[in-house]
Design a protein around this ligand. Structure first.
Ligand SMILES: [Zn+2]
Length: 371
């Protein structure tokens, strides 16, 4: 089992089984929906049957059996809600990626591993730090892929008020209390920075009453102020689950905003005819010409197309290959996947965009070009 990373995806994307097909299976094993293993095993059996039936007697049985026995051998679902498995026994490929987020059930038998769901999971997840503070406590959390990866606590005892003293003493106590509170928030900001140095998160969320939040944000190291994503309304003693939920909501919003800016850039460059293309056929042509800087794909967009086994050309229309006219291209179920794999192989950025109507209008796929 390996953890999800860009290296894992790129290495899968570059695998070629030659004449031997690769079986890719994504299985939702989320314990909140599937209490007993039998509940998701039934879905797996249906997926594997589909792969067998669709193969006209040429099903890669060894791969299908290996996937079935891996799942039925038992999964540790404490931290796993989705499993991605890639198998090509003759080519020596067997890779299992366990994910703390759910995936969509899917089986694909193709010349290469089907990596789009992995790419979407990775693309939609960044590291988030959450700093919660009140006048005495501060707690710092780091989340990645919806999971808590780090937690720190800080508790400073404030001096007590003694209300039966004279005016001078009251003022003195008030000043002393304010100093102590400031000192506490400074320490909270320091804790956040030391966690950042160890855990290197992308965004910081602050949860505190407004006056404290203003002060905390002012005291933060400038690296952290640059990463401020939002304030949330979560008390310092909230449960881990409640904090995670609030962080995920901010994360989704931040990701959608980032995507919207990217789609806007795409629209502008397509509109001006400078630096961008949109729609399946022009984007495939740009990928083939190795001109793509950033590939922008609507989540879940699939389209049949063609691939040349001789030169690797991909196209929306076939069957004759424009590069090597003597070759006939083969039909592929999802040429968008082929484009994503090719783009990753060329070290392009791939952005999987969720629910953006402007991208749908552009044809659900686009590319910002290098030249
Ligand atoms: Zn060709």
């Amino acid at each position: 089992m390996v953890a999800l990373s860009q290296d894992v995806i790129r290495s899968l994307a570059s695998f070629k089984g030659g004449d031997d097909p690769v079986v890719s299976v994504y299985l939702d094993v989320d314990g909140r929906r599937f209490v007993r293993p039998r509940d998701y095993e039934l879905h797996l059996e249906a997926l594997l049957r589909r792969a067998t039936d669709g193969a006209n007697g040429h099903a890669p049985l060894e791969d299908l059996r290996r996937i079935e026995s891996h799942v039925k051998g038992g999964l540790d679902r404490h931290r796993t809600r989705g499993v991605a498995m890639f198998s090509c026994a003759p080519g020596g490929l067997w890779s299992v990626v366990e994910l703390p987020v759910a995936v969509r059930n899917q089986v694909v038998v193709n010349a290469t591993p089907h990596i789009r769901q992995l790419e979407a999971v990775l693309d939609n997840n960044e590291r988030f730090g959450v700093l919660l503070a009140d006048r005495q406590r501060a707690r710092m959390f780091v989340f990645e892929l919806g999971e808590l990866v780090d937690k720190s606590e800080l508790f400073d005892v404030l001096p007590r008020h003694e209300d039966d003293r004279g005016d001078w003493d009251k003022d003195h106590v008030r000043d002393h209390t304010a100093d102590a509170a400031l000192h506490h928030l400074k320490r909270a900001a320091e804790v956040a920075f030391s966690v950042f140095q160890e855990q290197d998160f992308d965004h910081l969320i602050v949860g505190a009453p407004d006056d404290i939040a203003n002060e905390v944000e002012r005291l933060l190291h400038s690296y952290l102020r640059d990463r401020l994503a939002a304030r949330i309304n979560v008390p310092v003693n909230a449960t881990d689950a409640a904090i995670c939920e609030a962080a995920l909501a901010v994360e989704a919003k931040v990701e959608r905003e980032k995507e919207a800016r990217l789609v806007q850039r795409l629209r502008d460059s397509v509109g001006s005819g400078n630096g961008g293309v949109a729609g399946l056929a022009p984007v495939l042509a740009a990928v083939v010409e190795r001109r793509v800087d950033t590939l922008v794909v609507s989540d879940g967009y699939e389209s049949p197309g063609w691939r040349c086994h001789t030169c690797g050309h991909i196209a929306a229309m076939g069957p004759s290959c424009p590069v090597c006219p003597s070759s006939t291209m083969h039909k592929v179920d999802d040429v968008v996947e082929e484009a994503v794999e090719e783009a990753l192989g060329q070290s392009c950025r791939v952005e999987v965009v969720v629910g953006n109507a402007d991208l749908d209008v552009l044809g659900r796929i686009g590319a910002l070009l290098r030249f």
